[in-house]
Design a protein around this ligand. Structure first.
Ligand SMILES: [Zn+2]
Length: 69
């Protein structure tokens, strides 16, 4: 049985052990074109990475509406 190894970069937004999804920015000038993330609140997976001016994914347990930062 083959196990897929996922290496995480500094540009990834993975916190905890929730299932990971990939964001892809098709903009050719983007610094980060693909990154892993496991925020449960992402809806648009084609927008820019935070390094490219996109919104920072919301971390589960630190939702702004719960008063966390
Ligand atoms: Zn995400």
């Amino acid at each position: 049985m083959k196990r897929e190894v996922i290496t995480l970069d500094r540009s990834d937004r993975v916190v905890g052990d929730r299932p990971i999804h990939l964001h892809r920015n098709s903009d050719p000038v983007a610094t980060v074109k693909e990154w892993a993330c496991n925020s449960p609140y992402c809806e648009d997976l084609t927008g820019p990475h935070p390094d490219d001016g996109g919104a920072e994914p919301i971390v589960q347990g630190r939702e702004p509406w719960r008063g966390g930062r």
